[in-house]
Design a protein around this ligand. Structure first.
Ligand code: RIB
Ligand code: CA
Length: 333
């Protein structure tokens, strides 16, 4: 990735596509408090919560941060080819850890999310980084409506996927599982993708001692994040988890400082049909495929063909440095 991380560099223009969502909320507040980023828009996609609840939550979050300058636009109402599966189980009945934030002061942008993405990518050619942290329905709709954006987007930093098993089931990570057809369109668009999956998200954890430290400072965003972390800690303990996996905030972290992770170029395909594997990000670590050729009554391996990578998959993370960055940006805000 080419992003500069020095403070003097021009802030990186980003659009966050989100299904807020507890970790989405922390990711959005991190982005809004990062001088390295210029958040050009939030676009909302159904996933953790319905489209309507997600839009309400996103507006409450930009209002909490005093950032009515950031356009917030609703998008798709459902996945491309399956029923919506919402996750209030993990995010609370309102999607924000059952925390009642003040009523939003910022109004919704009237534009349709995918159209806003297209508009901004053309307005800022080769400068926009897309950060999808929910199902990729809006991104796929934007691509389908205007395929030219694939060559005009600087980078797509995706929270999604896994090369070490799923969280929804044995194979699939929630954002890909939430709209596999959309993910397949996105991963086959030919643009620069950095996949920030469970492989690193599950290692970028806020531990109880981090939460306790953040609880010693105060501010509306600081206090909200502490409440969200405590909600997630309590929920996780019920299932034997200790720390809070910072899936979405890490994707924003990678846009802020790409050196937080190391990546490996891989061909990643999205499984659409497997009985046990629909929604899996099937990663070819070697980028090689055996060529089977008909021979007499059988097939015979006759070559080893290279396959072109389509994503840089994050395979390791400097977790402590990420958590420090996260806490420094939110402390006392
Ligand atoms: O698998 C984690 C992802 O699913 C995160 O984006 C979380 O918000 C949920 O959408
Ligand atoms: Ca999310």
């Amino acid at each position: 990735m080419t992003a500069s991380t020095s403070a003097a560099a021009e802030p990186r223009k980003v659009i966050i596509d989100t299904d807020p969502g507890t970790d989405d909320a922390m990711a959005i507040l991190l982005a809004l408090n990062a001088p390295e980023l210029e958040v050009k828009a939030l676009t909302v996609v159904p996933g953790n919560v319905t489209a309507e609840q997600g839009l309400e939550n996103a507006l409450k979050l930009v209002s909490l941060a005093g950032r009515c300058d950031v356009p917030v636009a609703g998008g798709a109402k459902h996945p491309l080819a399956q029923k919506l599966v919402t996750a209030e189980f993990w995010h609370g009945s309102n999607g924000l850890a059952n925390i009642n934030l003040p009523t939003a002061r910022c109004p919704a942008d009237p534009r349709f999310g995918p159209d806003l993405i297209i508009e901004l990518v053309h307005q800022f050619p080769h400068q926009i980084t897309l950060i999808p942290i929910g199902p990729e329905t809006n991104i796929a709709l934007a691509l389908s409506k205007d395929p030219s954006i694939a060559s005009l987007v600087k980078e797509v930093v995706i929270m999604g996927g896994s090369i070490s098993g799923g969280n929804v089931n044995a194979a699939a990570e929630a954002n890909i599982y939430g709209d596999p057809e959309a993910a397949s369109i996105v991963f086959n668009a030919g643009w620069p993708i950095t996949m920030v999956g469970l492989d690193v998200g599950d290692r970028a954890q806020v531990m109880p001692h981090h939460t306790a430290e953040l609880a010693r400072t105060h501010g509306p965003e600081n206090d909200f994040v502490v409440s969200v972390l405590k909600f997630l800690e309590t929920l996780g303990e019920r299932y034997g988890f200790k720390g809070v996996s910072m899936y979405d905030p890490l994707a924003v972290g990678v846009a802020i400082d790409p050196t937080l992770v190391t990546t490996q170029a891989m061909r990643v395909d999205i499984e659409l049909h497997g009985q046990w594997t629909r929604g899996e990000t099937v990663a070819n670590r070697r980028n090689l495929v055996e060529r089977n050729v008909p021979y007499r009554d059988r097939l015979r391996i006759e070559a080893l063909d290279k396959v072109a990578p389509n994503a840089r998959v994050a395979v390791s993370v400097d977790a402590e440095r990420f958590v420090r960055l996260f806490m420094e940006r939110l402390r006392s805000k």
